[in-house]
Design a protein. Structure first.
Length: 586
């Protein structure tokens, strides 16, 4: 019965991760609780994942990456690319893709994409190319680069740190390189040649044109005889009475923030967002007239008083699944959301009640001095409209600490978790990052997911469920040979990693793969490398965190990802099946 309980939990985990009705960390904790309550795992075994080397190493890598970001180390490389690229979009693509891949080899690939996203948007507008032509290749390049080293993605760390539980030594810092490097090189060449041909042309141009503001914003003059003259914005209650969103108030050539205490004056221009019938009702009842003078939103675009900015909702943000009203967006950040780019379309109606999704791009208008508050808000990513973040600390010190960490782990002076922990201590001692910033930089949900799924993997082993599944898989594959088994596990991991997180897919498949290796005499490292590389091949859907970050800004639709990603997936699969048996005899 324990075997069937654990297998049932395995199936439930796969389904729940795929449908995303519950956060992945909650699913992980529920599974762990069931294993604990039913007695399948002892408390010590159930909680062993929280003290595992994998959790410590992944958490520490988030801290080291945050130090690089805070000191501006990566941004300097981005500015170098922009100077070298000039106005040539193809040259920009050829320069930026290898830079992203190399940078991603030494930092979390999602963080790498987040760092390069604002730069890539600025580069697209500078070279007058649609952002959709550049952003997806940047995300894919970060995924390719993440596979090059042990620290490039948390998936590699998980596989490496779990190998000792199966009688194997950890993966080396560059052990994946013989396969991952050819895949990355061929993948980058493919992206450079195919992106312009296969990707649509969406977005681009000045922000007011890109969002077609004139199509859903209405400007009305407030004459002296209107009953709204002398009312405060709160007293006028345009949203409650007419369902209209007051975006800005034009006054004396400036665009003012519609703060609740602002008093409306004769001659003001009200910039409104809402349905035409509501605008008509307001005009009729409040004696307003259509504005035909200078556009007050030009002041916002120019950034004199208000400024337009773009903010992405990251995939694991606490804002996902909540409405703008629920998080009190306008009051907390003095910012007004006027459009949401989602699945290649713009949403402009009833935004306060729209539930946010990972990858949503929010167009906001806010006072200039409040824009930086959006940059520092956990769970939001400011991608345009703000001033360049002022670096603090020395980028050379942060880069040197990361290089030392990699060297200590690569030379096996310290295990990866120990080297990363030492790097974190040096980051604090050199003031490259504060402890508060370090805590904010860590993706705690990912750590809980990893810890909980380690417990499920332990249950698969201890109950014999993994051995039973391994026998079934061996019976199904018959006598097709070891390469067929590698291909089968690559395909299985590849399929699971599309709807699930990469880490969850690796944690689900790795115990089965290692058990099959034990049953058939396959090289366990060949199986581990296969699972690690396949789990990072998330090119077919926008559900991978790096892809979600560019989903809104690139105005992509779901079908755009397999259009470009299918060829990249085929390249990765064929090269892996050709090279893995050469370096790790199956």
């Amino acid at each position: 019965m324990e075997i069937y309980l654990v297998l049932g939990l395995l199936v439930a985990a796969i389904v729940l991760f795929a449908i995303e009705r519950l956060p992945v960390d909650v699913v992980s904790l529920v599974i762990l609780a069931v294993l604990l309550v039913t007695g399948v795992l002892s408390p010590k075994a159930a909680f062993s994942g929280f003290s595992s080397d994998a959790v410590i190493a992944i958490g520490g890598l988030f801290v080291l990456t945050a130090a690089l970001r805070r000191t501006g180390a990566v941004e300097r490389l981005g500015h170098w690319v922009r100077r070298r690229a000039g106005d040539d979009p193809r040259r920009a693509l050829l320069l930026v893709l290898p830079l992203v891949a190399v940078s991603s080899a030494f930092m979390n690939n999602t963080t790498c994409t987040a760092i390069f996203l604002p730069f890539a948007l600025a580069l697209a507008r500078h070279t007058k190319v649609a952002p959709s032509k550049l952003l997806m290749p940047v995300a894919f390049a970060s995924i390719l680069g993440g596979s090059l080293t042990l620290v490039g993605t948390s998936t590699n760390v998980i596989v490496a740190e779990l190998l000792p539980a199966y009688g194997q030594t950890e993966l080396g810092m560059f052990e994946l390189l013989p396969v991952a490097l050819p895949v990355a090189v061929c993948g980058l060449v493919y992206l450079a040649l195919a992106s312009d041909r296969l990707l649509p042309e969406r977005g681009g141009g000045p922000v007011e044109e890109s969002y077609a503001l004139s199509e859903y914003l209405t400007e009305l003059d407030l004459p002296a005889g209107s009953p709204l003259v002398g009312e405060t914005v709160a007293g006028a209650d345009l949203r409650g009475r007419w369902g209209l969103n007051l975006v800005a108030v034009g006054r004396g050539g400036s665009a003012l923030e519609p703060a609740p205490e602002l008093t409306l004056e004769a001659g003001d221009v009200l910039v409104l967002e809402g349905p035409a019938d509501a605008v008509w009702a307001l005009r009729r009842e409040s004696a307003l007239a259509l504005h035909h003078g200078p556009d007050p939103m030009e002041a916002a675009v120019a950034g004199r008083d208000l400024r337009l900015a773009e903010v992405v909702v990251p995939p694991r943000s606490d804002a996902v699944g909540r409405t703008l009203s629920e998080i009190d967006f306008r009051r907390r950040f003095r910012a007004n959301v006027i459009a949401i780019a989602r699945s290649g379309e713009l949403e402009t109606a009833r935004l306060a009640d729209a539930r946010l999704r990972g990858g949503d791009l929010l167009l906001v208008v806010a006072p200039v001095d409040e824009i930086e508050g959006l940059r520092t808000r956990p769970g939001l990513l400011l991608v345009s409209g703000g001033a360049a973040a002022a670096p603090t600390g020395s980028p050379w010190v942060a880069a040197g600490i990361l290089a030392l960490t990699v060297a200590l782990a690569a030379l096996q002076v310290l295990p990866l978790a120990g080297a990363v922990l030492l790097g974190c201590v040096l980051v604090f001692l050199t003031r490259s990052l504060t402890p508060q910033e370090a805590y904010a930089a860590i993706d705690w949900r990912l750590l809980v997911l990893v810890a909980g799924m380690i417990g499920l993997g332990l249950a698969l082993q201890q109950t014999g469920a993994a051995a039973l599944l391994a026998l079934w898989i061996v019976d199904l594959t018959g006598g097709f040979g070891p390469v067929a088994l590698l291909a089968g596990f690559y395909a299985l991991t590849l399929i699971l990693t599309q709807p699930m997180s990469n880490q969850a897919a690796a944690l689900v498949v790795l115990p089965l793969a290692m058990q099959v290796a034990a049953e058939t005499g396959l090289d366990p490292r060949a199986m581990a490398v296969t699972v690690a590389l396949a789990a990072s091949s998330s090119f077919l859907t926008p559900l991978e965190p790096s892809c979600l970050l560019v989903y809104g800004p690139g105005r992509y639709r779901f079908a755009d990802f397999p259009r470009l990603g299918l060829g990249l997936t085929a390249i990765a699969f064929l090269l892996a099946m050709l090279l893995i048996p050469r370096f790790w005899a199956p």
